[in-house]
Design a protein around this ligand. Structure first.
Ligand SMILES: Nc1ncnc2c1ncn2[C@@H]1O[C@H](COP(=O)(O)OP(=O)(O)OP(=O)(O)O)[C@@H](O)[C@H]1O
Ligand SMILES: [Mg+2]
Length: 357
């Protein structure tokens, strides 16, 4: 899904004490987003974005991954010129966010975290209304509307009012309205939060299609799988700072080694004890040990080689191993290694249930 043309090299260096540059050196061609030292402090003193450096080349599918309150929406609002940076330089489609905001608005699409469609209007009317708002010439509106409803799979319900639509249909309609002026760059702020897996998959299909047509996509998400499936490259944001950046494969490689998941009998006490044993286990140098819902998870270069020895040690300590598995790292493990915490999706799972009712 990378753009044809310029070769790009990724710098996925991770600076433990602060930010790492989510940089791509692009030879020649222009960049869609170029950020240098972006900070955004809200009027109440909340430092939502604390020094972000980022470059997204044209045509890329870029993911901005982070938990609730990490600063994703704030960053996207700066890019969409809805918030002015406290400090730092930000260029979007080559234009400066401070002095050329109007030009940026004309050349981007923005799908906000909250759906912005009008439930009183039909799907077709929503898109036509967006055409009007974005200044699509009158003579082109009908064709553009038909084209976009087709792109997001809503032709059959073009004349139905949006209020009766499912969460997934509303999101697809919202995505269509963000594209009416055929922007070369689209911002999608958590477009699939609250959707069931099937609805999410359908949206992914449309986003891929838009990207295949040449549109640069900047997507924020809390879903590691989404970032893994869709993104050429991603940055992980935590407390307003980028803490890791690179392709999903790069990030998984950075974790190093393999992961041994151990399922244990007993509650938190058993997990605590097992984690302590794993951390002190001599055969695992530099192992990352985390407690999971089922037991513990150990990431180490030698996980496969000495995994069974650890299982024996756990048993000797009186713990009961119910199951175990050795596997390659996922983005979940990347997140765990970076933050020491699992990306909490409990809240979004609730929202999902809510939305699917
Ligand atoms: N208008 C505001 N005034 C003050 N603080 C704000 C405002 N909007 C957001 N914040 C704070 O800024 C931080 C970043 O919020 P932001 O909405 O950018 O996070 P996010 O990554 O989009 O989170 P989520 O996944 O919940 O959407 C949070 O601490 C949030 O409480
Ligand atoms: Mg947000």
């Amino acid at each position: 899904m990378s753009p044809p043309g310029p070769e790009s090299t990724v710098d996925s260096s991770l600076d433990r004490d602060g930010s790492s540059r989510a940089d791509t050196q692009v030879t020649g061609e222009s960049t869609a987003i170029d950020v240098d030292g972006l900070r955004l402090v809200y009027s109440d003193g909340t430092a939502a974005v604390q020094g972000i450096d980022l470059t997204v080349p044209e045509g890329e599918f870029f993911g901005f991954l982070g938990p609730n309150g990490a600063g994703k929406t704030t960053t996207i609002k700066v890019f969409a010129t809805l918030l002015s940076p406290t400090s730092g330089e930000v260029r979007v489609n080559g234009f400066d966010v401070r002095s050329e905001a109007r030009k940026i608005r004309e050349t981007i699409g923005y799908m906000a975290q909250e759906t912005s469609i009008d439930p009183e209007l039909t799907a077709g009317e929503n898109v036509r209304f967006a055409c009007e708002a974005y200044g699509v010439p009158r003579g082109e509106r009908a064709e553009r509307t038909a084209e976009l409803l087709d792109l997001v799979g809503l032709v059959d319900v073009a004349d139905k009012r949006a209020e009766g639509f499912s969460g997934g249909m509303k999101k697809r309609l919202d995505a269509a309205t963000a594209l009416v002026h055929r922007p070369p760059l689209v911002f999608l702020d958590e477009p699939t939060t609250g959707l069931d897996p099937k609805a999410r998959n359908r949206l992914w299909e449309y986003f891929r299609r838009i990207n295949d047509l040449g549109t640069t996509i900047f997507l924020t998400t809390q879903y590691l799988e989404e970032a893994d499936q869709l993104c050429d490259r991603l940055a992980v944001i935590l407390d307003g700072r980028i803490v890791a950046a690179g392709s999903p494969a790069d990030l998984k490689r950075e974790v190093g080694g393999e992961v041994l998941d151990v399922e244990l009998e007993g509650g938190p006490d058993a997990r605590d004890r097992a984690a302590t044993i794993a951390r002190e286990f001599d055969a695992f140098e530099d192992a990352a040990v985390a407690e999971t819902e089922e037991g513990i998870s150990v990431t180490a270069e030698t996980a496969r080689q000495y995994g069974t020895d650890l299982l024996v040690a756990l048993r000797d300590a009186g713990l009961t191993v119910i199951g175990f598995n050795i596997r390659a790292p996922t983005l979940d493990d990347v997140f765990l290694a970076i933050t020491g915490d699992e990306l909490d999706t409990a809240e979004t799972d609730d929202t999902r249930r809510e939305a699917s009712r």
